[in-house]
Design a protein around this ligand. Sequence first.
Ligand SMILES: NC(=O)C1=CN([C@@H]2O[C@H](COP(=O)(O)OP(=O)(O)OC[C@H]3O[C@@H](n4cnc5c(N)ncnc54)[C@H](OP(=O)(O)O)[C@@H]3O)[C@@H](O)[C@H]2O)C=CC1
Ligand SMILES: O=C1O[C@H](COP(=O)(O)O)[C@@H](O)[C@H](O)[C@H]1O
Length: 494
Amino acid sequence: MTQVIFTIFGASGDLAKRKLYPSLFRLYKSGVLSEHFAVIGTARRPWTKAYFEGVVLDAISDLTTSKTEAEKFASHFYYQSHDVQDAGHYVTLKNLQDDLCATYETGHNKVFFLAMAPEFFGTIASHLKSENIVDGLGFERLIIEKPFGTSLETAKALNQALSETFNEDQIFRIDHYLGKEMIQNIFAVRFANVLFEHVWNREFIDNIQITFAESIGVEDRGGYYDKSGALKDMVQNHILQVLSILAMDKPASFSSSDVLPEKIKVLENLCIPDETTIAKNFIRGQYQAGRINQQDFPAYIDEPSVDPASKTETFASGVFFIETDRFKDVPFFFRTGKRLTEKGTRINIVFKNNANIFKQDIQQNILTIYIQPTEGFSLLVNGKEVGKSFAVEPVKLDFRHDAAALGNSPEAYEKLMYDVLNGDATNFSHWQEVKASWTLIDKIVSTWQADKAPLYPYQAGSMGPVESFDLLEKYGTSWVWQPDHWYRERGLLQ
Ligand SMILES: NC(=O)C1=CN([C@@H]2O[C@H](COP(=O)(O)OP(=O)(O)OC[C@H]3O[C@@H](n4cnc5c(N)ncnc54)[C@H](OP(=O)(O)O)[C@@H]3O)[C@@H](O)[C@H]2O)C=CC1
Ligand SMILES: O=C1O[C@H](COP(=O)(O)O)[C@@H](O)[C@H](O)[C@H]1O
């Protein structure tokens, strides 16, 4: 049972309502939070405590049938109307914290969650220090959300501002993909199976393919997305984080002090291509009108809050190389985009073929990790076809979590909040990782911005521009995962 006061900046916002309150409630239900905790929500809206409790009750309504339980939980929530730029409000905030610390015996432990635009992070951190809200009396941890900067330069400035108040080991940079069950499972697959551990290198792996496909468009986030694009929205953070777990060397132990340096090593050893290579190896696309599941969708430029002349990419694909002994020259292909055929997040590890003694081609072994919507893994192995003659055929060993197990599995934010309470930074992005990833992403952005690579159109409902398929062909391979219609069009699926 943890003693703590949470202060949530941006308590009236979307993230707080959709993710944070439900996650805190799940931690409460599981007993991680019990009597000795309080939550202070702040935002400019002039809400009362009663109104705030109503917002929280609404946010958790799907998670319990017990009114008493929900109300008891919500009674721990307090609200302070507060403009983060106004220094005077931090004095009131400190008084409220001190009162709640005494009432709930929270032992001076504090978690600050900045669920608002990053432009405010520096101001908040500096006031937390100047008003002695961060006072060193208990544990004090800061949780921040992406985007962590919009370039290396802005990320550095942001980090500098935060580090005036918090040390690196107090800053928890959320990447919600690191809270996903099957992303965390990569550690188990790689390091708990002798079968894979010793072949997880350039001698045995031909290439790795990371697909983060979404069928949704930009929804109501056109304003944010149009300034960001797929590369900054998904690749700089989620895809490079996942790549670092796939490519890292074995850590001495499964703890943040051993895992993070290994992940950092991967990201710091990413090859930074020159402009010509970027133009060849990194594809950007933008969706045009199209159909998904019998429904018509408009082109990206016709979405609300998007500039009708926008050149923002809604699809990014490319190939990374890492200069480590383990993976030198092994291509790590990736693709991610909006309004693709279907939602599908998966990783394919394609192994090399061994010397073939048979009079037929042999299928490469492929390990597929299904992140979402289904969770599990499959392994493509070769076996003998049943019959008198000798023919080799691929067989798929398939494991998916069952629905009951999934129903009980904690959500990404719940797991990550739990880690923060335990001071465990394994599943968070370290500053060195953020810095290394921006170094590479900046280079791609500047090449694209100099119009050195075309912005390819693709139809909503497809798997992105054909150039993304051509890229793999240039490397003598192809995307392992194709949507069902791809197989159907080739007569491979009824
Ligand atoms: N929503 C999501 O799923 C995700 C969000 N994020 C990131 O999380 C952060 C929050 O996102 P989201 O919740 O969607 O944003 P919202 O716009 O929904 O919420 C912003 C919050 O900030 C408050 N706020 C704005 N200005 C001030 C101010 N000057 N002083 C005090 N409070 C202020 C708003 O309240 P009020 O107007 O009452 O002041 C509101 O509570 C962003 O950085 C976003 O990029 C990241 C990943 C996913
Ligand atoms: O961070 C983001 O992630 C979501 C996709 O997350 P998922 O958990 O649904 O796979 C993406 O839609 C959004 O644009 C991006 O900001």
